[in-house]
Write a new protein. Structure first.
Length: 107
C-alpha cells in the first residue's frame, strides 16, 4: 500500500500548499517561478518575432501574388513550356534552346 500513502501525502501537501513528496524521497524541490525578462531577452524576443513576421509575409507574397519574374525566364519564356518543333529539322526541342539558336548564341 505504498501508493495509497503517496497519494494521501500528495493530497495533504496540495491542500496545505506545500511541495508533495516523491516516492523514494522526502520532498520535491520548490517549483521554479518564471522571472521577468531582462532588457536583452525582451529585445531578442522582439527581434525574433519581427524576423518570423517578415519571413512569413515574404513567403506569403511569393505564393499568393506570384510575381512575373517567377513565371518566366530571362528570355520571356514561361516555365514548364512544352517542347516545340524545330521548323528546320522537325525535332522536338526546348523553347529556350530554340530562342538561343535564332539569336545566334548557339550553333
Amino acid at each position: 500500500m505504498p501508493h495509497t500513502a503517496f497519494f494521501s501525502a500528495t493530497l495533504c501537501a496540495l491542500q496545505h500548499n506545500k511541495s508533495y513528496p516523491r516516492p523514494g524521497s522526502s520532498a520535491l524541490p520548490q517549483p521554479i517561478l518564471p522571472t521577468p525578462m531582462s532588457k536583452g531577452e525582451l529585445q531578442m524576443a522582439i527581434f525574433s518575432g519581427l524576423v518570423l513576421l517578415i519571413t512569413l509575409v515574404g513567403i506569403g507574397y511569393v505564393f499568393i501574388a506570384q510575381p512575373d519574374y517567377l513565371r518566366q525566364d530571362r528570355d520571356g519564356v514561361p516555365y514548364f513550356t512544352p517542347l516545340v518543333e524545330n521548323p528546320e529539322t522537325g525535332e522536338a526541342v526546348d523553347m529556350g534552346t530554340l530562342i538561343r539558336h535564332y539569336r545566334g548564341e548557339t550553333r
